[in-house]
Design a protein around this ligand. Sequence first.
Ligand code: 3PG
Ligand code: MG
Length: 396
Amino acid sequence: MPFRTLDQLVARGKRVLLRADLNVPVKDGRITDLTRLQRLCPTIRELCDKGARVVICSHFGRPKGKRVPEMSLRPVANALEGVLGLKVRFAETCVGPAAEQAVKALTNGEVLVLENTRFDPREEKNDPAMAKELAVLADVYVNDAFSAAHRAHVSTEGVAKLLPTYAGRLMQAELEALEAVLGHPNRPLAAIIGGVKVSTKLGLLENLVGRIDVLVLGGAMANTFLAAQGVAVGRSMQAVDMHGIARDILLRAKQAGCEVILPQDAVVAGKQGSNAAVQTVPIRAIPAEAMILDLGPSTVQALVGRASGWRTVVWNGPLGTFETPPFDAATTALAQAIATETQAGRLISVAGGGDTGAALQHAGAADRFTYVSSAGGAFLEWLEGRTLPGVAALGG
Ligand code: 3PG
Ligand code: MG
């Protein structure tokens, strides 16, 4: 890897500015998922054990440069304290006198969380003056926020130019997993792309078809491709304005020798919801008033069979509306098959982006994948083949 890791950092007594992603999901003022905090713990503990003074910065929500009380990091810092099992201090600002004083009060092995970097309007502008104010708080910069690395902001990019930089353990793990998939993959390499947001994934498909051997399409993504080829998909969710692009991607795949697997059958219902009348139908027999809500059992069986021949898989997006059983069946069955192959040492499996992690957790398979990314948008941008500013800033 072309960047320094914590192995190279002599941390004792150093003030370490740790860019974390504390942007946890919240509903009705409560944190609904602690995964992001849990995954930061190895880096924080290692730095504390080595005697660093850990100064954590992060964004939280999109307060657009204003101090929005519901987007204060204070409750997140409290939650982090619980997850970490170590005292976590808090500073009312992320730069300036309050932050400077809080940092000064730290002793070796202590942890401080700075207030939301996006309360400062200069953060998202990548303002060099703010970068300087942040840099004076620390001796070195450790970035452990792969999931925010697609943003060229002060805390992810600007400040990295002013301090010696290192990748934290989570950043390192993310980059190693991604390298195993698109850097030097064992082949055949398959991508499973599902989910609903078709328009945001076309760039990713365009990049992938030139690099992978097999493309499996599911979710609303598949509906668009089916409809683009003249299959009647009834009232299924699809992006009608993307038909031309979908056909173009299929052509490119063909030229590049990438096999595209589309559903041969589907589980449909008249409306979304678990008590809807559910039917399994061949893909050319979708009733006009029905919606495709999951891949059908023949498709799933074929995919499970194929999975045993793959050597690397990258997965983004559920195959059906997995939150509402029985439309979780395809996602669960394929996730289980991939998990089993992975555990048998025959497959490298990497998943991420959006609600993919939640879908694999629902399937009871997440722990048995090679790696499940903590990132949403950053994972997708990486699949598009883009350089992530936060990763580029780590040196190289
Ligand atoms: C995320 O949750 O995807 C990251 O924290 C980035 O957040 P953002 O999309 O508001 O930049
Ligand atoms: Mg996002």
